[in-house]
Design a protein around this ligand. Structure first.
Ligand code: IPT
Length: 976
């Protein structure tokens, strides 16, 4: 690149230079008639932007990151810290630079037309040349750049288009998001043609009373605008009216700037079907630019959603309604291609989110692929659209650095110019984790002036004082603030603006404790309106284990069960040999890298239930509609009565006709059968017809109510029958068990345990290596055996007593454990044992069927569940405690020939059945390294610590901790 004028400017070290030769961002739809340039391009990877081009060419696929396409420059994951030591605005001398080249020959019918190149996205600096001539420069890795190539391309004489992408730059310092670093042309490249006279931009505003305003910007690259041009618009057969007053006002400006080339169209649509996330009604709009003779010079098509967004007091309103924001943070991610996503992938993301009750997306931490917004308009999501500004590692220096002022405003304004016509976008976000400075105020000022129809948010500003009224944020949008703190603020009388977490409930590994507590508070506390879970994806990149390379585009190896195919694994930080990385912190989503939902998704689905059982009263079951805009007619229901003794009855449910917020009683569908025992009534709610995001019959929620409680919790002690065998160590000998029931206080630390500090503490206390010493074994005359043991750990001694009573067909085991005060907070207190091989099916009565833990058990209904043992375990990327089931009353583990064992618990308990000991899980770093045991490892817990979210955010709430003192539990083991 030496000698080239663009390179000579060294734009990669010039933060003031955000672009050169780039066209203004606009929202005109240019898809139809475009010439796609996607496919294989000639490619060279230089070691620095100054290196000469001239080596041998290989090829690279566009769109795509070269980091996943076989080059030696591999993905690198860092969270806060920059991957290189240079201070802003500098970049390292070793700076991978991709040179992409191809010939372009434009169609004959483009002769004489204006020709525009659109590059969807380039990380992080793009330099454009045609036939060696410099054309332009652009920055912002997540927005398209357009360049006018009219005078450089001509039909019939192919030209060489070169796109040079410099990976590291001044811009990298404001693209320091918590994600993989890649390099390349990560979105599509295309050419399109217009006439010299063209629509330069179209701005649509459509309100909930049917008022429509379309502002058009018209330009003529040939020079002054021709006499007599005009625009017309048509909204589903209705012609829009030219706002002549607006034209005249413009004409008056002639004295200063000639005719401005602006025109306004208006309409009022009676009985408009408004847009909201529940009923995302869209209207088709065509905007045409005409020459004086009426012929059409240019056209742009749009989809219009009529809706209002406003903040009134401390409420965010959509169409006048105080909505709840059930959001998730979404990155553009794919396990094969890194940052390049297809339309089908994006659709699959959003469809899945709809099916699990999400209604909002924050496009963390940059404008997502344009199709995300089309899909959000269509499927119904509220979007917080975030600009590509994150200067995390150097946040303080950059926020006020005037050299970056231009970049902040450029990125924020170009995002808004691109996305302004999407009804889904209800809030603009200035970016993420960049401290707060004058550069933010400048960007917020631009937005507020340019688009007064939407609020602006910026966490970095609002966090200084949630109640401030004069900063760059219209909302308080904290990240990971505790529920208590948020509730207190909402009740304090000081709240001035809506509070919606921009990030909360960090989904790293086995996590998302207390989501239900959050929603109980949100739904009952004026001033709280929801938040965005961190985050949608576990960003594991599919990697071959043999050579530690990314599999890349077109690769196979994606299953649909969360697990990478044999010989592969989901790579996280460090797995590509990066010396600087942040490990598994990149795996913190509610879905696995193959989009398999993690158990938290079911928790969320239930919390978002559109129809709920409010209570059970003498007049029947009270149902409520918890939506904001929709009736219940799109749902169907089925009642299911589930009895502890195994009985199960079903009946069709008639859902009442309820407006949002209304409740009504419906009669109890069943006569409760005589006899004792628990009885639970579930309403299985499914889609009544095909929805754009779910076929008819898709489960929407499973609200539940207990109709009858269990018999008294403590039954009389069983009368001994037969005998129990224990060995000289006082350990139970049983033909179905390969390891006798022993005390367990330990779990393989979850990511929350580890990063929150409990994992290291438990190891320091010695909980992972209890030393058991039998102190007394007493055989009673009636057949009972009592075993006293002491478990010595660093921090103290735990006394454990087991009383084995032989009973009809099995053994009743009563246990107690006394934890010294030093054990302020342990993982669990319970028994662990191992079974013979071949018991491959677990059936239970309790919560399920998916994994649940004490503080993540709202969405797992009580019932009879049956799951193969191999499928009980959740394959979190870094192995950890997993597979638990909450509230289990009794369970069986059986072989195909129906032999096996059954366990009846004294009360609903946390039970874990997997193929792994806790030590097996802590010994490895990736799921593929685990070797399943033939038998089952079974945990029965008297107490189990909640999951919390301590990997980023509040630790397990005190009500879900395991306290010291005496714990008692009992259970009966029988052979089947
Ligand atoms: C917050 C970031 O905004 C997000 O990108 C991600 O890193 C998340 O945390 C944790 O996974 S920033 C954190 C310092 C609160």
């Amino acid at each position: 690149m030496t000698g080239d004028p663009l390179s000579a400017l060294r734009p990669w070290e010039a933060p003031e230079v955000t672009s050169w030769g780039r066209l203004p961002m606009n929202a005109v739809d240019r898809r139809s008639g475009a010439l796609p340039l996607d496919g294989d391009w000639r490619f060279q990877l230089l070691s620095t932007p100054d290196a000469p081009v001239g080596g041998s060419w290989s090829s690279a696929y566009v769109p795509g990151a070269w980091t996943t396409q076989g080059t030696d420059d591999l993905p690198q994951y860092t969270n806060v810290r920059m991957p290189f030591p240079e201070f802003p605005p500098h970049s390292p001398a070793a700076n991978p630079t991709g040179v992409y080249e191809r010939e372009v020959d434009v169609p004959a019918e483009w002769a004489g037309r204006r020709i525009v190149l659109q590059v969807g996205a380039a990380e992080s600096v793009l330099l454009v040349h045609v036939d060696g001539r410099p054309v332009g420069v652009s920055k912002d890795s997540h927005l398209a750049a357009e360049f006018d190539l009219t005078h450089l391309l001509a039909p019939g004489s192919p030209s060489t288009l070169r796109l040079t992408v410099v990976k590291w730059s001044d811009a990298s310092h404001i693209e320091d998001q918590d994600q993989w670093w890649h390099g390349g042309l990560t979105r599509s490249v295309l050419l399109y043609a217009t006439e010299a006279l063209h629509l330069a931009d179209v701005t649509v505003r459509a309100g909930r009373y049917g008022e429509l305003r379309v502002d058009c910007r018209v330009r003529d690259t040939g020079g002054a605008l021709p006499e007599g041009w005009y625009v017309s618009g048509e909204l589903e057969g209705r012609l829009l009216t030219q706002d002549t007053g607006f034209d005249r006002a413009n004409a008056e400006d002639e004295r200063v700037s000639d005719f401005l080339g602006e025109a306004r169209l208006t309409a009022t649509v009676p009985d408009v079907r408004t847009w909201n996330a529940e009923t995302p009604e869209l209207y088709g709009l065509s905007v045409r630019l005409h020459r004086a003779d009426g012929t059409v010079a240019d056209t742009s098509r749009h989809r219009v959603g009529f809706r209002d967004v406003e903040i009134v007091g401390r409420d965010l309103l959509v169409n006048g309604e105080r909505i709840f924001v059930r959001g998730v943070n979404r990155h553009d991610f794919h396990p094969l291609t890194g940052r390049t996503v297809t339309y089908e992938d994006m659709r699959a993301d959003l469809v899945l989110l709809k099916r699990f009750g999400f209604n909002a997306i924050r496009t963390s931490h940059y404008p997502n692929d344009p199709s995300v917004y089309d899909l959000a308009d269509e499927l119904g999501f509220y979007v917080v659209d975030e600009a590509t500004v994150e200067s995390h590692d150097h946040a303080h220096e950059i926020a006020d650095d005037p050299r970056y002022l231009n970049a902040f405003v450029d990125r924020v304004s170009r995002m808004a110019l691109r996305d302004k016509n999407h009804p889904c976008v209800i809030i603009w976000s200035l970016g993420n984790e960049s401290d707060y400075g004058a550069n933010h105020d400048a960007a917020a000022g631009w937005l507020r002036r340019h688009d007064p129809t939407r609020p602006v948010q910026y966490e970095g500003a609002a966090k200084l004082d949630w109640a401030a009224t004069d900063d760059a944020s219209d909302l308080a949008c904290p990240m990971y603030a505790s529920l208590e703190e948020c509730v207190e603020h909402a009740l304090s009388g000081r709240q001035t603006r809506p509070l919606i977490w921009c990030e909360y409930s960090h989904a790293m590994g086995n996590s998302n404790g207390t989501l239900a507590d959050h929603w109980a508070a949100i739904e009952s506390t004026p001033g709280l309106q929801g938040g965005f879970i961190w985050e949608f994806w576990d960003h594991g990149i599919l990697q071959r284990v043999s050579d530690a390379r990314p599999v890349g585009r077109g690769g196979v190896g994606l299953h649909d069960n969360g697990v990478a195919a044999p010989g592969h694994r989901w790579a996280y930080g460090g797995d590509f040999g990066e010396p600087i990385h942040d490990g598994a912190f990149i795996a913190d989503g509610v879905v696995f890298p193959d989009r398999t939902p993690k158990p938290v998704m079911y928790e969320h689905r239930e919390l978002a239930a559109p129809v709920r059982i409010e209570c059970f009263r003498h007049e029947g079951i009270v149902l409520g509609n918890h939506q904001h805009f929709r009736g219940l007619d799109w749902l169907s229901g089925e009642w299911e009565l589930s009895l502890a003794d195994g009985g199960r009855l079903t009946a069709p449910a008639e859902l009442p006709d309820l407006c949002p917020g209304q409740t009504a009683a419906v009669p109890l569908p069943f006569e409760l059968p005589e006899g004792g025992g628990e009885a639970w009534l579930t309403l299985r709610v499914t889609t009544a017809r095909d929805e754009p995001w779910a076929p008819r019959g898709t489960v929407v929620c499973l609200p539940q109510v207990r109709l009858r409680a269990a018999a008294p919790a403590r039954p009389p002690l069983p009368v001994p029958r037969g005998r129990v065998e224990v060995d000289t160590d006082g350990l139970l000998v049983h033909p179905l068990l390969t390891a006798a029931p022993a005390l367990s206080l330990w779990r393989a630390p979850t990511d929350n345990d580890e990063l929150g500090g409990m994992g290291p503490r438990w190891r320091a206390w010695g909980l992972d290596a209890l030393v058991r010493k039998v102190t007394d074994v007493r055989h009673r005359a009636d057949g009972r055996v009592t075993v006293h043991a002491e478990h010595a750990a660093e921090a103290g001694v735990v006394r454990h007593v087991q009383v084995f009573t032989p009973v009809e067909g099995g053994i009743h085991i009563e246990e107690s454990a006394e934890l010294p005060d030093a054990f302020t907070d342990v993982a669990r207190v319970g028994s662990v044992f191992e079974t013979i091989a071949g018991l491959d099916l677990m059936e239970w009565y309790g919560q399920g069927p998916w994994e649940s833990y004490p503080d993540r058990a709202f969405g797992a209904p009580v019932g009879h569940h049956s799951v193969p043992v191999d499928e009980l375990f959740t394959p979190y990327l870094r192995p950890q405690e997993s597979g638990g089931r909450h509230g289990v009353r009794h369970f069986t583990l059986s072989a195909p020939d129906a032999t096996g064992l059954t366990v009846v618990l004294d009360e609903p308990r946390q039970v874990g059945v997997t193929r792994y000991r806790a030590g097996d899980l802590t010994a490895v770093a990736h799921h593929d390294e685990l070797v399943p045991r033939a038998g089952c490892v079974v945990h029965i817990d008297a107490a189990h610590r909640g999951l919390g979210t301590a990997s980023c955010g509040p630790d397990t709430s005190p009500s879900y901790l395991v306290s010291p003192g005496v714990h008692r539990w009992s259970w009966t083991l029988r052979a089947l």
